[in-house]
Design a protein. Structure first.
Length: 463
């Protein structure tokens, strides 16, 4: 693996994930030895139906977006082209900070809205890594080896603070390209200071490799960070996996509990325990995402003393020797149905209705290749999925403003009115104006007040 892509986004907000727009994107391509090969950075204008929150603009300071002549579709198309070019010769490891919760999910939606494959970063040999989650492990087990910043005597895992602890200039923090630089240097710092854990991280970035590690490493530790108290915790676990039931979620047993208390339970009794959060010694972990875990063997290699490790190994061995117990647990978890609330708006439906067919994918590619408004309309008419037709109409409204038919213009005006004046799962205009008023009272700097006012004016003009 010699192709790393570090990327970061600046967005119109942070809360309503399905309705946030990326307004600045940046990425750095490097080798595995952290030699930069290329970089890309671009910002774009906000979509007419997207609310730019005052708080977001105050943080990212990208007021120039309101004067940008680059459309959202153009920027996302450029990102797709750059990533395609960077991964043509060799698949890449896409590296983010808090990406599993935010940047990865946001970029999937940007690709989806613009008729590109949302799963670019984990298909065609590409893999992904969220360093933020790995910092939970480092902050818990490696405080003496790695500079973990303290703010008011509490652990801070903000990228800006970590960069400062690594003696980097953070005056340009919250700029997407600057944050990519911080992220690259953070990854480099981990590789130099914690080489054994770094190798474990790289070996488990793909789903298959992670599952192999969960199978082969009898005892591992799952770490988590508690934002309110700014502290870390960890629990030992062993994974319950079989070859014919490899779902994306795998049950694990918390080895701080005694498995003997549960092994003789019948199916109904065990099911009751699993369905009771207070009693349940099992947890579910996702194998398709970065996990904040570390193998006990890695900790031993780094001379980290683990109390009760012998006991944890004995408990894990007992669990894996009891096939009947494992089968009952796996069967219960495999039979659990996790209901999802229906999504009413197309922006929310990225994980609905399955994947596009090969024919539909060809049609989407033909849409991007079409050079005129009429050609794009003809391709759109062939789409089977109504969501893609609607997104296509929105794209055409951005790219061919003076050619869009009256009916579509009316629909888009209704969309703007809905998103700024109606209630729904999108950002609420009135609440954001109230937030802006509060920020005006809090900030003292004239430049920051100006940013807040710019965002508020953009909302008021759309009401």
């Amino acid at each position: 693996m010699n192709n790393f892509i570090f990327y970061d986004t600046e967005t119109t907000g942070v809360k309503e994930l399905d309705f946030l727009q990326v307004i600045q994107f940046a990425a750095i391509q490097s080798t595995a030895s952290f030699q930069s090969q290329d970089s890309f950075e671009q910002l774009c204008a906000p979509l007419p139906w997207t609310l730019v929150s005052p708080k977001a603009l105050l943080i990212n300071k990208k007021s120039e977006i309101f004067n940008s002549d680059i459309s959202h579709y153009q920027m996302i198309s450029n990102v797709h082209d750059v990533w395609t070019n960077w991964t043509t010769q060799e698949p890449a490891l896409f590296i983010t900070y808090n990406g599993m919760r935010f940047d990865e999910e946001v970029m999937r939606r940007q690709f989806y809205w613009n008729l590109y494959d949302p799963y670019f970063t984990n298909t065609n040999g590409n893999t992904r890594l969220d360093i933020f989650l790995k910092m939970f492990v480092i902050a818990h087990f490696y405080k003496s080896e790695f500079p973990i910043p303290l703010m008011d005597n509490k652990v801070s895992l903000k990228l800006e603070d970590l960069a400062r602890a690594l003696d980097l200039d953070t005056s340009n923090a919250h700029d997407a390209l600057a944050d990519c630089v911080f992220l690259k240097e953070l990854m480099k710092g981990i590789s130099e200071r914690l080489p054994n854990y770094y190798q474990e991280i790289l070996k488990t970035v793909s789903k298959d490799a992670l599952i192999d590690s969960l199978k082969n490493e009898l005892v591992q530790f799952n770490c988590y960070f508690i934002p309110r108290s700014k502290t870390t915790r960890a629990y030992p676990f062993t994974a319950l996996i079989n070859d014919y039931a490899l779902n994306k979620y795998v049950p694990v047993f918390d080895l701080s509990k005694d498995p003997e208390l549960y092994m003789e339970l019948n199916y109904s009794e065990l099911e009751r325990v699993i369905n009771n959060p207070k009693e349940n010694p099992f947890k579910r972990i996702a194998t398709n995402k970065t996990l904040p875990i570390i193998a006990a063997k890695t900790l031993e290699t780094d001379n980290k003393k683990i109390e009760d490790l012998t006991l944890y190994n004995q408990r894990a061995e007992a669990i894996h020797a009891n096939e009947a117990f494992k089968e009952k647990v796996l069967d219960i978890y495999n039979s659990v149905e996790f209901a999802n609330k229906p999504k009413l708006y197309i922006e929310e439906q990225i994980y609905s209705n399955g994947f596009p067919s090969a024919i539909e994918k060809d049609r989407l590619q033909n849409f991007h290749s079409a050079l005129t408004y009429e050609e794009k309309l003809n391709v759109m008419a062939s789409f089977d999925d109504e969501r893609y037709k609607e997104f296509g109409r929105r794209i055409c409204a951005q790219e061919y403003t003076h050619q869009v038919d009256q009916a579509n213009l009316i629909k888009l005006k209704e969309l703007v009115h809905q998103r700024f004046s109606g209630d729904g799962p999108w950002p609420n205009a009135e609440k954001n104006l109230e937030e802006g008023e509060a920020l005006l009272q809090e900030v003292a700097d004239d430049g920051e007040k100006k940013l807040v006012k710019i965002a508020m004016n953009s909302i008021e003009n759309s009401l």
